[in-house]
Design a protein around this ligand. Structure first.
Ligand SMILES: Cc1cc2nc3c(=O)[nH]c(=O)nc-3n(C[C@H](O)[C@H](O)[C@H](O)COP(=O)(O)OP(=O)(O)OC[C@H]3O[C@@H](n4cnc5c(N)ncnc54)[C@H](O)[C@@H]3O)c2cc1C
Length: 411
């Protein structure tokens, strides 16, 4: 019998295995099971290969959960992954937005450090091994896989969510939790670009603009984000749009979601009218298109102009309409893209079913659930990896220190 089995070799599972192995009594066997041919596949893709592993501005407001109070308490009580990584030899750098990266700016370098600790602590890694089911029997757990059966005193489930199935995550974690009688909030793709039908920003694919974007449900304000918007073939992307996508729940989310893009957030509508009026004086007889030259990206300018539905030549009386559209360019008919493009999972296993300080399932002693399988989705910027690592480290330590034997080893 294994003593601690960690299921899923992603961020949370790797952290859990290291934390368990270093806190457990000497001689404890810790086994990490992963269905991919290698562990940490998704980790290598994070932060565009740089791995934005944490953020210095961690706060409950940066997370989405159907149980925000429990989520906030869990966030407050979990192990601080950044300190933990520093104590394991990781040098980091932090950008002005608080996003933390390995100092080498390379996810591979970070993963190599984690592999070093797994090896040094004697964690046994089984890859190409897909978990099928878990059953509880006589104080232990039996785990069925396509490579046979394992039994363990303690099991940490770190199967991830549904986002990024190309990295091995297909929603198995939540399906398994349901099969164990646990409650799961409907999952939906988060941190994802969105398709827009009204209008479809055709001809703008690849263009980026700094903007403030407000999401409303009809007239009702929902959220506002400021940063970079990226236009795509199908609609809108960029960090700002991805952040707002977390509000677009299919069930219980806004019924008439509209994105309002303000291309000039630092000036008022009247100030913009004045700027445009001066341009008309400076460039008498200029077409609307000529007037946009040197003012805004030509193609964005003509798309906004089209959205105003004003006639071909600009007259001073048109300026308020043009300024209003620059400040409130509306996109509706929103359809967030699917799991393949999403970076994280909204919904998941209800938080109240796990102990807030250990991530142990309340109704199933010695079974832990960590990471993206749980109902907590973070914003862009290192918040999801903070949750995955923090919950993994916390559960690993708890599982190890609650095994029957004393004599806990120090690394
Ligand atoms: C492209 C991309 C970029 C991202 N960038 C960032 C970023 O820079 N910063 C940030 O904070 N977050 C980022 N995220 C989100 C972050 O990577 C995840 O939230 C985080 O990895 C979740 O950790 P996890 O361990 O819970 O799940 P995962 O990392 O998804 O790991 C789950 C593991 O379980 C394995 N598994 C699943 N089912 C089985 C099974 N039946 N048997 C065996 N193994 C199984 C999977 O193969 C996988 O390896 C990004 C996500 C994506 C897709």
């Amino acid at each position: 019998m294994e003593q601690i089995l960690v299921l899923g070799g992603g961020a949370a599972g790797i952290a859990a295995a290291i934390s368990a192995a270093e806190s457990a009594p000497a001689g404890t066997k810790v086994v990490l099971i992963e269905q991919n041919p290698r562990i940490g596949k998704k980790l290598l893709a994070t932060g565009n290969g740089r791995c934005n592993l944490d953020n210095t501005g961690i706060s409950p407001e940066r997370y989405f959960s159907s149980d925000p109070q429990t989520m906030a308490r869990m966030l407050g009580s979990m192990e601080d992954p950044l300190q933990w990584f520093h104590s394991h030899g990781l040098l980091t750098r932090t950008d002005p937005e608080g996003r933390v990266y390995p100092y080498s700016n390379q996810a591979t370098d970070f993963l190599n450090l984690l592999l070093y600790w797994l090896e040094r602590l004697g964690v046994e890694i089984k890859v190409n091994c897909s978990v099928k089911s878990i059953t509880q029997k006589n104080g232990s757990y039996r785990v069925e896989t396509d490579q046979g059966q394992f039994t363990a005193r303690s099991v940490i489930c770190a199967f991830g969510g549904q986002a990024g199935p190309q990295f091995g995550t297909n929603g198995f974690g939540c399906e398994l939790m349901k099969s164990l009688g646990l409650h799961v909030q409907s999952e939906y793709p988060c941190l994802v670009a969105t398709q827009c039908d009204k209008p479809r920003p055709s001809g703008l694919a690849g263009i980026r603009a700094k903007a403030a974007v407000t999401l409303t449900d009809g007239e009702k304000f929902i959220a506002r984000e400021e940063g970079e918007v990226q236009f795509t073939d199908q609609g809108l992307s960029g960090i700002v749009i991805m952040q707002l996508s977390n509000y677009l729940k299919p069930k219980g989310g806004p019924r008439r979601p509209i994105l309002h893009i303000d291309l000039f957030p630092s000036c008022t509508e009247q100030e913009l009218v004045n700027i445009l009026r001066q341009r008309i004086k400076l460039m008498p007889g200029a077409t609307a298109e000529e007037l946009m030259t040197g003012f805004i990206h030509k193609r964005i300018g003509s798309a906004v102009w089209k959205a105003t539905r004003l006639p071909g030549r600009l007259s001073p009386s048109d300026l308020p309409t043009l300024a209003r559209t620059f400040k409130d360019w509306q996109f509706a008919g929103l359809t967030p893209l699917g799991w393949q493009q999403a970076q994280t999972t909204g919904g998941g296993m209800t938080l109240s079913q796990v102990d807030e300080e250990s991530f142990m399932v309340r109704s199933m002693p010695d079974l832990y659930v960590v990471g993206e399988t749980l109902d907590a989705a973070g914003s862009c910027g290192g918040f999801n990896l903070h949750w995955a690592f923090g919950s993994g480290i916390t559960a690993g330590r708890h599982a190890a220190t609650h095994l029957p034997s004393a004599n806990h080893k120090k690394r």
